[in-house]
Design a protein around this ligand. Structure first.
Ligand code: PMP
Length: 387
């Protein structure tokens, strides 16, 4: 796995004179050369306005979008008979679009959600988590609703909720499922044919792809819903008094899309597939366990959520005595270590877990155990400095 590190030009950057240690993968992942090349190649050789023109460049750009949809479905083991792929600008827009399509329905969601899967839902009831951050799925039985909007992986605790468990309870209660997969897309194998969720959202930038491209995979029959954004490309026919919207993905993609971004997403999907999610998970679990072990030896360090690597994405959030997480983040940055500090856009979860802001370190398969050792060496200095 060590060789993959060389694929990422960003990792050879110096920050404050120190070699970069990148532990903010849950926020956004660096891009491998293959993805950067695909984006550049698109602009250098293929870029035309997709879906509109009939010239070669326009057709080549349209093909990127078609290929992108096919690749996303393949990556998620989803059938084109059952699902469509809508390109958005990020997970947030995908979830807003799902909320728009399901407008008016009563929603059950969880306190564990990122604000992006919390705020778009208007008419909602909220289920809780255990003190380890595990979502209390059985609480769903005490709620009335038509939609179940749940995160697959928490961006604060890393806790993964099994899609099979979500779907099983949703079936019992006849709930439409909306899954926020922003945190799991780079770490977990997903099979939509088996789980058959209704809506599934993620961002390319958390999967080694470009910023500005999100995906909403949804069951085909929702293609009859009202579009959220109105304009060019989404329509079959417009008169001064009427409009006939398309009955395909483009219905929800008005305006010129981020085709270069989709070209980058395509390359990212190929890249991740070539390594294999199983291999990725194996390496990331080793890193996670190493980090948890080290964290548990520091008396002032309090991990938020579970202290084991079971059913978890490779991240650890924690507090360090009374030192403010932003001070820790600044100090780590001065040593070239990039982490995240704050509420991670999940304030209700922090309140439920009775914690203030936290430090979050998040790993990728390209990270090394020695980098984690360096992190803990610097955290030790930090404890002494701020004590
Ligand atoms: N959901 C979760 C669980 C996330 O971690 C994030 C990103 N932090 C989002 C949604 C939003 O993703 P984006 O900013 O790409 O829209």
């Amino acid at each position: 796995m060590n060789n993959y590190r060389n694929d990422f030009p960003l990792l050879s950057r110096k920050i404050n004179g120190k070699g970069l240690i990148y532990f903010d993968n849950a926020a956004t992942t660096p891009r491998p050369q293959q993805v950067i090349k695909a984006v550049t190649d698109h602009y250098q050789n293929h870029s035309g306005n997709p879906g509109r023109g009939t010239h070669t460049l326009s057709l080549e750009s349209s093909r990127v979008l078609e290929e992108g949809r096919k690749k996303v479905l393949k990556f998620l083991h989803a059938s084109p008979e059952e699902y469509v792929v809508i390109f958005t600008k990020n997970t947030t827009e995908s979830l807003n679009l799902a909320a728009h399509i399901l407008n008016g329905k009563s929603v059950i969601t969880t306190v564990s959600e990122h604000h992006s899967n919390f705020l778009p839902w208007q008419n909602k009831q909220v289920i809780g988590v255990t003190e380890k951050g595990t979502i209390n799925l059985s609480e769903i039985k005490t709620k009335e609703g038509e939609v179940l909007a749940v995160t697959h992986g928490s961006n604060v605790t890393g806790n993964i909720t099994d899609l099979a468990a979500i779907v099983s309870i949703a079936r019992e209660r006849h709930l439409i499922t909306v899954i926020d997969a922003a945190q799991t897309i780079a770490h977990e194998e997903v099979n939509l044919t088996e789980t058959s969720v209704d809506f599934f959202a993620f961002s390319a930038h958390k999967l080694y792809g470009p910023e500005g491209v999100g995906v909403l995979v949804m069951k085909k029959h929702y293609l009859t819903a009202e579009p959220m954004i109105l304009g060019g490309g989404a329509v079959d026919k417009v008169t001064t008094s009427t409009v006939l919207f398309k009955h395909n993905e483009e219905r929800f993609e008005a305006g010129t899309p981020n085709t270069a971004g989709v070209a980058g997403l395509l390359a990212a999907l190929e890249y991740v597939t070539s390594i294999g999610i199983k291999e990725i998970k194996k390496k990331e679990t080793e890193l996670l366990e190493h980090c948890l072990q080290k964290a548990l030896t520091i008396p002032q360090l309090k991990i938020v959520g579970s202290v084991t690597s079971d059913k978890r994405t490779p991240l650890v959030s924690f507090t360090l005595g009374n030192i403010h997480p932003h001070d820790i983040a600044d100090f780590l940055d001065s040593e070239g270590i990039a982490i995240r500090a704050g509420y991670h856009c999940a304030e209700p979860l922090h309140a439920a877990l009775r914690t203030g802001p936290t430090v979050r370190v998040s790993f990728s398969f390209f990270n090394e155990k020695q980098e984690i050792d360096s992190l803990f060496t610097v955290l030790d200095i930090c404890i002494q400095k701020f004590a």
